[in-house]
Design a protein around this ligand. Structure first.
Ligand code: GLU
Length: 491
């Protein structure tokens, strides 16, 4: 088999979404699995839909996911340029060639005429398509219309009968009735090519072996097959992975929550989670298993594993998976990843002192078992970073209104002050001893103390929490809570 060369060919018309990035993951895994090359090509020929900053965002998202491209913008390569807008002359020369060979033709119909035609087709409930007025003009007619027209496009001369068939790697053989195909535009009046034409020219010119792209392009493939034939080129293999759908089985959209890829970065999913998760959206190694390292994915990824039915986007599974990767994360890296969330929430200074950093590190390590996404961190651990936690009224009602609560909290504070050492064991001993003096044990001790030092009823292990908070902070909180408890008991 000749070298595997695959391309990810986004249009910079907005933010990449989950579906685009899933395709990029498939491209990249297939290239790495086969020792081939992964090419990034920017399809920016629809000048009216360009969004400033979109190219940068695409590249940033790919790099965040660690999908380094072997050829493309900023990297270069032998088949460049990799922006279609810089390749316009190439498309124009092939369009001219096809027109000269009678395989394409100039069309001078005005936008007004085409709109009128469309309206009439709609009224007659006919299928919408170009009525081919300019397909078979005599040279004289062509000359006259050209003179009258302000615009002109080049259209492809589709066969009027027969079928066009191709073999999709995922779906097998698919046939299309030529009579239902349009004489589609290949070169627009602004001189830029359409997607269909540019992508065929480039996939050929860039020696692409496999075109991996969304299912929505299946119906365009007969156009592409005919273009390859007209240009005398061997088509690449076509691979259309399945659509990604929401739990209600409709195409994934904003209704299902976030679809912009960047929102998953912002929420605090790890790149290894997203890579693993996207790889499984429409592909399977045929095992009953969900967690794969990058190396395992590369080793196992084959096109045969691509599934031909819709892939359901399961947010609960994504969160579970992220929790797994957070637990497995190197603690120093986790700290680095989580700090910005604490800073944005105003819990940490922009440039923290070494002491503040040390403290944050210990807090984040405590949270490692509890976070599903990094953006959980502020609400899980805000009480560590404030002078006094906010006391949840439900928690104080339940645990600080008991007659002995104030006594207990003061006693625990006393034993903390006099504890010879500050470690989990000495903290636990101090808490239990204070409880025992009042004849309390188990939950009667643990819950009020937890509420006293954190303001809430749930959190990481109590003694670890107290150890990390430190002696001074814990004592101060217990004294405040004891005052609240005394008030509750009196009121
Ligand atoms: N520019 C097209 C898109 O963003 C690429 C389709 C293809 O891969 O051929 O959907």
């Amino acid at each position: 088999m000749s070298e595997v060369r695959v391309r990810f060919a986004p249009s910079p018309t907005g933010s990449p979404h989950i579906g685009n990035m899933r395709n990029a993951v498939f491209d990249w895994l297939f290239a790495r699995h086969s020792g081939g090359r992964f090419i990034l090509r920017i399809e920016d020929t629809d000048r009216t839909r360009l969004v400033p900053g979109a190219v940068e965002e695409i590249m940033r998202d790919l790099r965040w996911l660690r999908l380094e491209w072997d050829e493309g913008p900023e990297v270069g390569g032998l088949c460049g340029p990799y922006f279609q807008s810089e390749r316009v002359e190439l498309y124009q020369s092939y369009a001219r060639q096809l027109a000269e060979e009678g395989k394409a033709y100039y069309c001078y119909c005005s936008p007004e005429r085409l709109a009128e035609m469309r309206k009439e087709q709609e009224a007659r409930r006919e299928s919408i398509g170009y009525d081919r007025r300019c397909r078979d003009l005599t040279p004289d007619e062509a000359e006259r219309l050209k003179g009258e027209s302000e615009t002109g496009v080049v259209r492809f001369r589709m066969p009027l009968s027969g079928t066009t068939t191709f073999k999709d790697v995922v779906r097998g053989e698919i046939s299309f009735d030529n009579a239902l195909q349009d004489d589609f535009v290949i070169l627009k009046s602004d001189g830029f090519p359409t997607y269909h034409f540019a992508s065929v020219v480039d996939d050929h010119d860039m020696l692409i072996s496999h075109v991996i792209r969304s299912e929505e392009w299946v119906s365009s493939t007969p156009k592409h097959i005919r273009l390859y034939e007209a240009l005398g080129w061997e088509p690449p293999l076509f691979v259309h992975p399945p659509l990604i759908v929401g739990p209600d089985r409709t195409k994934l959209s904003k209704r299902h929550g976030a679809v912009a890829f960047s929102s998953y970065i912002e929420e605090g999913y790890l790149p290894e989670t997203i890579l693993n998760f996207l790889a499984l959206l429409g592909w399977s190694a045929g095992e009953d298993r969900d967690l794969y390292s990058i190396d395992e994915l590369i080793e196992k990824f084959t096109l045969e594993g691509i599934i031909d039915h819709p892939a359901v986007f399961d947010t609960a599974k994504l969160q579970w998976m992220n929790g797994q990767y957070i637990r497995a994360c190197d603690p120093d890296r986790l700290v680095e990843l989580t700090l910005p969330y604490l800073q944005r929430a105003g819990l940490m200074a922009e440039s923290p002192s070494p002491d503040e950093l040390r403290y944050a590190r210990e807090v984040i390590r405590l949270m490692q078992e509890r976070m599903a996404v990094l953006s959980d961190a502020p609400k899980l651990c805000d009480f560590f970073f404030v002078d006094q936690p906010e006391y949840d009224p439900k928690a104080t009602d339940k645990w600080l209104s008991k007659p002995q609560a104030a006594d207990l909290l003061n006693k625990v504070a006393d034993s903390f002050e006099s504890a010879p050492e500050w470690n989990i064991e000495s903290i636990e001993n101090a808490v239990r001893a204070a409880g025992a003096e009042l004849g309390l044990e188990g939950g009667q001790v643990i819950h009020p103390v937890r509420v006293g030092v954190t303001g809430r009823t749930v959190g990481p292990g109590l003694f670890e929490t107290i150890e990390v908070q430190g002696r001074e902070r814990s004592v101060a909180r217990l004294r405040t809570a004891a005052r609240i408890a005394a008030r509750e008991a009196a009121g």
